[in-house]
Design a protein around this ligand. Structure first.
Ligand code: DUC
Ligand code: ZN
Ligand code: ZN
Ligand code: ZN
Length: 541
């Protein structure tokens, strides 16, 4: 047969165009696009009728946490990732995301000094289960040893195709000092590695947390007060200055404040290669939601705790949508960081922080919330009894890999805040360009992988209220419970294979392949910005 599969009657959307055309798929790739194919071209092909709905390149989620355990937890704050590659990639597939990039996390322990070792160990976790969708890794770097950076970054790039790293400006166990950040940025620039920055001022957060606690403000709600927008505002400004100084492009992950966004915009206007990501929690949650689930069940509103926190009110939301519309934000990712709510290794994992657990070898950490309540010496037992829970101990992060695309489709595209082309750019094309996957991924053109998502024809779709039981992650809640969803992926193809069809999973766990990535295709900055009297461009002579 000429084609394995033909998709007819679609509105094919790329980052630039919407075209009424048919798609012919052969050997996992997009083979041809045409207004229509001849009858004989269809012989032997599976035919999918898009019925006039949008056909888009599969979602690429550049920010997903899977398989990070208590020690390598997303931010050294304890808490166990509820999703491994099996459940995380299934959830991804069912929400229209065909590629995920997850984090291999270095810790400060000596066995983690080797970045290659960190990636090898992390890779074993992915291989243990396999994945429904294609995947690659970022490396989180928490130290700046010269030999490590010099010897290992080129090998990570060449042997593993790991071409992006994340650095932290907060969290005691992860953060780098400014001079350490500069070391990593210089090494990243030399090796063409994209630098992702978690920009929050760690000292401000720790100081504010102490002050809040001294006033008895422990409840999860106060997590937001420990991270007001200035915390991100200061850190983004500082990182922009460092990026300019050493001429290294950076991407700010999970920007949650208009202050942070405005700093990014200003730097971009000056021609600096500054990029930014925002996430569903900043468009769909506010501080009101931090209170929403506050009930007599302790820890309840820890469900919403993530860093940076959602913005104070919905006026920020509109501003952030403008940032998506006008290009300030390059990508839209989930920051899926899954912790179970009803598990001591999940959201309330503060109960494992018992002081006795450090000194007393016979100490057995409570395994249920019940047990934690019963333990009289427990550091948090008091707070638990007061139906609170101290935000300091609650792992930061919320799930969302499956809801990322439908939420932006509903709140952005259908509301007219962004166009369909912009939707594709933010959710697929730009992540592919930024992370060295373009044009293999991120677009619909001959030769690209046939990773596709076909939505429902809008007039035939009945909006519904989201409940967690509809989702496929291994998390026992969704922060978006009850929100209206106005469309959902109808068909999802992974490299030409129909893996999700009208609510049914047809794909299998070993379908997903590991992706060796190239370097970023986005601009590294303007030549006019390299005057050695003003910036350290001489570093690279
Ligand atoms: N950073 C992330 O990227 N995800 C969750 C929490 C955090 O601090
Ligand atoms: Zn982060
Ligand atoms: Zn994250
Ligand atoms: Zn105890």
């Amino acid at each position: 047969p000429r084609f394995d599969t033909v998709i007819k009657n679609g509105k094919v959307v790329t980052a630039s165009d919407i075209t009424d055309c048919w798609i012919g798929i052969k050997d996992e790739k997009i083979h041809s696009l045409a207004a229509q194919f001849d009858e004989e071209d269809l012989i032997g092909a599976k035919i999918i009728d898009a019925e006039g709905a949008y056909v888009m390149p599969g979602g690429i989620d550049g920010h997903v946490h899977l398989c990070q355990d208590l020690k390598t937890g997303p931010h050294g704050l304890g808490g166990e990732c509820a999703d491994d590659f099996a459940t995380g990639s299934l959830s991804s597939l069912c929400g229209g995301t065909t590629t995920i990039l997850t984090f291999a996390t270095q810790t400060r322990s000596i066995e983690d000094k080797s970045l290659l070792g960190v990636v090898e160990r992390y890779n074993a976790r992915a291989e243990k289960t396999g994945s429904y969708v294609d995947y690659g890794y970022h490396i989180i770097i928490v130290r700046d040893d010269e030999d490590m950076l010099e010897e290992e970054l080129p090998r990570l790039r060449d042997e593993w195709g790991v071409t992006s790293c994340k650095v932290f400006m907060t969290y005691e166990s992860q953060r780098l000092k400014d001079r350490e950040l500069l070391d990593v940025m210089v090494a990243a620039r030399k090796n063409g590695i994209t630098t992702m920055v978690h920009a929050e001022n760690g000292d401000m957060i720790e100081w504010l947390t102490d002050k809040l606690e001294s006033k008895g403000m422990f409840a999860p709600y106060y997590h937001a007060l420990s991270r007001p927008p200035l915390v991100e505002g200061e850190a983004t400004n500082r990182a922009i200055a460092m990026s300019e100084l050493v001429q290294n492009p950076i991407l700010f992950v999970h920007v949650g404040s208009t202050l942070g966004m405005d700093n990014v915009r200003k730097a971009q206007t000056q021609g600096l290669p500054i990029y930014a990501e925002t996430c569903p929690q900043y468009l769909n949650l506010t501080w009101d939601d931090l209170r929403k689930f506050h009930s007599p069940t302790c820890f309840e509103n820890s469900k919403m705790i993530c860093s940076p926190p959602p913005p104070p009110d919905s006026s920020d939301r509109e501003a952030l949508y403008v940032g998506l519309h006008n290009g300030t934000f390059t990508i839209f990712s989930s920051d899926h960081c899954p912790f179970r709510y009803d598990s001591p290794t999940g959201k309330p994992s503060g109960i494992l922080e018992h002081p006795d657990s450090m000194e007393d070898e016979s100490f057995v950490a409570p395994t249920t919330l019940e047990e934690a309540h019963q333990c009289d010496k427990h550091a948090l037992a008091d707070l638990t009894d007061r139906k609170d829970g101290a935000f300091r101990f609650i792992p930061n992060g919320i799930p969302g890999v499956e809801t990322r695309m439908p939420l932006l489709y509903t709140g952005g595209l259908l509301e007219g805040r962004i166009t369909a082309q912009k939707f594709v750019e933010l959710t697929s094309t730009n992540p592919a360009k930024l992370y060295g996957l373009y044009p293999r991924k991120g677009t619909i053109q001959p030769g690209s992988d046939a990773d596709l998502v076909i939505w429902h024809p809008q007039d035939k779709f009945k909006p519904f209220q989201l409940t967690n039981s509809q989702l496929h992650h291994n998390v026992d809640y969704t922060p978006y419970e009850g929100q209206t969803i106005s469309n959902w992926p109808r068909y999802v193809f992974i490299r030409g294979q129909l893996s999700y069809s009208e609510g049914e999973v047809l794909g299998r766990l070993r379908d997903g392949k590991y992706l060796k990535r190239g370097s970023s295709a986005l601009s590294k900055g303007l030549p006019g910005k390299k005057d050695p009297r003003k910036v350290a461009s001489w570093l690279y002579d």
